[in-house]
Design a protein around this ligand. Structure first.
Ligand SMILES: Cc1ncc(COP(=O)(O)O)c(C=O)c1O
Length: 374
């Protein structure tokens, strides 16, 4: 049976290594902040090429802790995309700040930097909120357009926090995702490009002071030690057992991404001219968290999904409702029509199975069903 993401096939390849790593933790018994956590942080920082990596309890907490470290508070505005998972925007609102949505590029599905300037000026002219930063998302594994986003950020003195929950292992011109902002957050949710067997996340930065503050926030705002508390923090640590799993999974991430690149190329070959396949700009590499295609209409998308599901092929819509139209956002005053590109894409997008263990027979089977409908 074709899996949407095949964690069982992955586990089969590295099960002995993972078990041996986990046995190591059971032997030393340091379940909280054991030596594997520090080893993992060193390896992750070296992989991404940032000075610091601070692991934590989830991708959501990684975002939240950076915003806390930047002192985000009521009255602040953060620019972000309406076409993402709720966590990106939830953390802004948890701190009482205001998400300001900016519509997306219809080809990459990422925040359109060409629309940032106008959005920033609108907030400035409104005189109600103070713009503090930009929170772009590397959707479906493709890094956002950081050269243009950072040019805007510099012009207005804003920080950039990269939501790299889906893009770990992706890159732009050889530079790894999670290294583009002043800070980045990623998620180790099991289905992510680098996933553990539970919840987990990490923060990346070259900023020494930011790294110190998030390290303190991660452990109840500790100062000299756990019982010297200098700021409001969280219980935001990554479990040692999850670090042990991640150390083994990190060893195969590049090999898996290469295999996913081959899958994506084959999908492209088989679906070219049938449905809109993912657009990867020159020099960019996706981590292929999802393989998302665009149907002509909502009706066609639903037909394709129904037929695939009838044939036992799983599909998912990421994301059926842009965030400005979610019930939880109703107090922000946005309405249908405010972000037409995000709204249009959310009606037509669907994600097909994508993982390193799909073979050619699977891909022909999947794409034959798509061709049958279109
Ligand atoms: C874009 C994005 N941001 C943030 C998160 C939050 O990560 P986590 O589930 O680890 O809290 C996710 C996870 O689904 C995500 O896809």
């Amino acid at each position: 049976m074709i899996q949407f993401i095949d964690l069982a096939a992955q586990q089969e390849c590295i099960r002995d290594r993972i078990q041996s790593r986990m046995n190591g933790v059971l032997s030393h018994g340091q379940y909280i902040m054991g030596p594997e956590v520090c080893e993992l942080e060193e390896q992750l920082a070296s992989y991404v090429c940032t000075k610091h990596c601070v692991t934590c309890s989830s991708g959501t907490d990684a975002l939240l802790m950076v915003l806390m470290a930047y002192g985000v508070e009521p009255g602040d505005a953060i620019l972000t995309t309406p076409f993402t998972f709720i966590a990106t925007v939830e953390v802004i609102q948890l701190l009482g700040a205001r998400p300001i949505f900016v519509d997306i590029d219809p080809r990459t599905f990422n925040l359109d930097p060409g629309k940032l300037d106008r959005a920033i000026r609108k907030v400035q002219n409104g005189n109600q909120f103070k713009t503090k930063g930009i929170l772009p998302v590397d959707l479906f594994g493709l890094p956002a357009n950081y050269s243009e986003i950072k040019a805007n950020a510099e012009e207005y003195g804003l920080w950039v926090l990269e939501d790299g929950a889906q893009s770990f292992g992706g890159s732009i011109n050889g530079r790894k995702a999670c290294s583009f902002g002043n800070a980045a957050a990623t998620s180790f949710f099991p289905a992510k490009p680098l996933g553990c067997y539970g919840d987990g996340g990490a923060i990346f930065t070259n900023d020494d002071s930011l790294a110190d503050i998030v390290t303190s926030i991660r452990m109840h705002g500790k100062g000299e030690n756990k019982y010297d508390n200098v700021r409001i923090g969280l219980n935001g640590r990554l479990d040692t057992l999850q670090a042990a799993v991640l150390l083994e999974k990190l060893m195969i991430i590049d090999e898996e991404r290469e295999k996913k690149n081959i899958v994506a190329d084959r999908y492209e070959e088989l679906l070219h001219g049938v449905i809109v396949t993912p657009f990867i700009p020159e020099g960019f590499m996706s981590a292929w968290a999802y393989y998302s295609v665009l149907a002509e209409s909502e009706q066609q998308r639903d037909q394709v999904m129904r037929r695939l599901n009838e044939r036992g092929i799983p599909t998912v819509v990421y994301y059926p409702n842009p965030l400005h139209l979610q019930t939880v956002s109703s107090h922000l005053g946005y309405k249908l029509g405010d972000f037409p590109l995000a709204e249009d894409i959310s009606r037509r997008v669907l994600s097909l199975p994508m993982h390193a263990y799909l073979d050619d027979e699977d891909l022909v089977r999947i794409t034959d069903v798509v061709k049958e409908i279109i």
